[in-house]
Design a protein around this ligand. Structure first.
Ligand code: SAM
Length: 221
């Protein structure tokens, strides 16, 4: 690992360990998820001026009115997605800074990441490529329509909130697959786990959350 990926001072291993302890205290128990978060250099996914805050458990601005998700939420969503075991393909909607993408890419075979803001995705792609990730596919597009060419997916993770779950995304979930998605308007959103099985779909409430809106054709009917 290079010194830029291991970090110094406020981005050091000790600072990361403190974050992992906090996530454990908050109920994150999946060892693989905790290890992926420990290994992922979050300070490389925020502006340099904010690097010293990268291992605080807080959302941070990434430009264009968007934020990198709070580590606890990234951990909770990833843990819920992978609770039944490893996955081959995961569709991510709302790639943003690329941080959640990196955590996923350390845990599954292939990540298909869709982001609607071109400059954010180009920056994420550069950061992820230079950090050594080679199992991520990128598309600048309205992710409320998913990425049908590679469907069905074992997992779908959505990092922006539609008012209702887009039908198009449900259709791209494999039987046996799982989707984690925040749903609702304004600050009345709930994080849902949707599991697809032979009989249909089950929905489980995970947490109250506060995501930016999913903007686009299928997000705000
Ligand atoms: N997981 C991201 C990270 O780690 O940086 C956080 C992303 S931020 C909370 C939500 C992202 O969803 C923003 O980058 C926003 O541009 C994107 N977004 C919103 N609506 C979208 C849509 N319809 N399709 C794709 N991306 C969308």
């Amino acid at each position: 690992m290079t010194s830029s990926s291991t970090g110094i001072g406020m981005t050091s291993q000790r600072t990361r360990d403190r974050l992992i302890k906090r996530l454990r205290d908050m109920g994150i128990v999946n060892q693989r998820v905790l290890e992926a978060i420990r290994q992922t250099p979050r300070h490389l996914f925020v502006e340099e001026a904010l690097a010293s805050r990268a291992y605080e458990d807080t959302a941070l601005p990434i430009g264009y009115g968007q934020t990198v998700s709070q580590p606890y939420i990234v951990a909770l969503m990833t843990q819920a997605l992978l609770a039944e075991g490893p996955m081959n393909t995961v569709l991510e909607v709302g790639g943003g800074s690329g941080y959640q993408t990196a955590v996923l890419a350390g845990l599954v075979d292939e990540v298909y990441s869709v982001e609607r803001i071109g400059p954010l995705m180009h920056l994420a792609r550069q950061r992820l490529f230079s950090s050594g990730y080679r199992n991520i596919h990128y598309k600048v597009s309205d992710g409320s329509w998913g990425w049908p060419e590679h469907a069905p997916y074992d997992g779908i993770m959505v990092s922006a909130a539609p008012v209702e779950v887009p039908q198009t995304l449900l259709q791209q979930l494999a039987t046996g697959g799982r989707m984690v998605i925040p749903v609702g308007a304004g600050d009345r959103q709930e994080l849902l786990l949707i599991a697809a099985n032979e009989e249909g779909m089950t929905r489980t409430h995970l947490e109250h959350v506060n995501f930016v809106p999913l903007i686009g054709g299928q997000g705000r009917p």
